[in-house]
Design a protein around this ligand. Sequence first.
Ligand code: B12
Length: 211
Amino acid sequence: MSSVESSGLVDLFLDLALVGDSRGAVRLALDLLDSGVPEELVIEGLLSVSQREVGERWHRNIVGVAEEHLCTSASESSLHALAASCPSEPSGGLVVVTCAEGDWHAIAAHMFAEQLRSRGVVVAYLGASTPADHVARFFARHRPEVVAVSCNLPLYFRGLSRIADVAHALGIPVLAGGAGDGRERREIVEAGRRWLGTRYRRGDQIDRRVE
Ligand code: B12
């Protein structure tokens, strides 16, 4: 558990977010940043943990979809505010971060994209589920160096595969990641490795950047 997680700030973030005080929640994230906590840790220790906690409460029927939406909205706003407060000078080839076709868990992909950006990677984050043929058109126009696909449910492995196929058809390496939890996370990582195939080394470079 990180010091952010154990500080009670997650509960405070949720207290604010779940009653719709998105501004207060964003302020909390920015205060952490101002106190010297690196952006990546604010994302991992505050936003990601709050998202999982609201998922847990949703699962146990303590809160409903309305509260989940409020929390996700506060986390999204926090991500934008953090990005605006942490200018980086990205360089190198373009990395496209997209969700698997069918997967609407955009915020996991957004968190990952922002973590890459904070490490100086040039990132285009496409958001939630995008049809593979439209992703292919974007690839053809912008020729990314790598595509990182966020897949958060095994249900969307096929959608992940469709995006991997269009990337591979253009010779673009694919890195897969993201997960709900537990067994699925391992399955997703394994599926990602299978698709990476011979192109693993270039994707691996990005993988190491997030570990
Ligand atoms: C918010 C949320 C939603 C929102 C998403 C909104 C949005 N804008 O993103 C909405 C309401 C759309 C939603 C819908 C659904 N959801 Co939902 N959702 C969640 C919740 C609460 C949080 C997800 C989240 O914010 N993740 C962000 C953080 C927490 O994820 P993270 O994995 O730590 O992210 C890091 C890494 O994965 C990594 N990463 C991410 N992408 C990549 C990519 C690469 C290449 C790499 C290397 C790394 C990487 O970087 C991230 C930052 O460090 C989770 C609970 C949970 N435990 O996650 C459920 C959860 C994922 N959902 C779940 C379910 C079942 C669903 C629905 C099927 C519900 C339904 N019946 O309709 C639908 C599916 C919709 C769809 N087509 O996708 C289940 C999945 C269970 C399972 N494993 O099968 C969960 C676990 C809830 C639960 N406990 O039951 N959901």
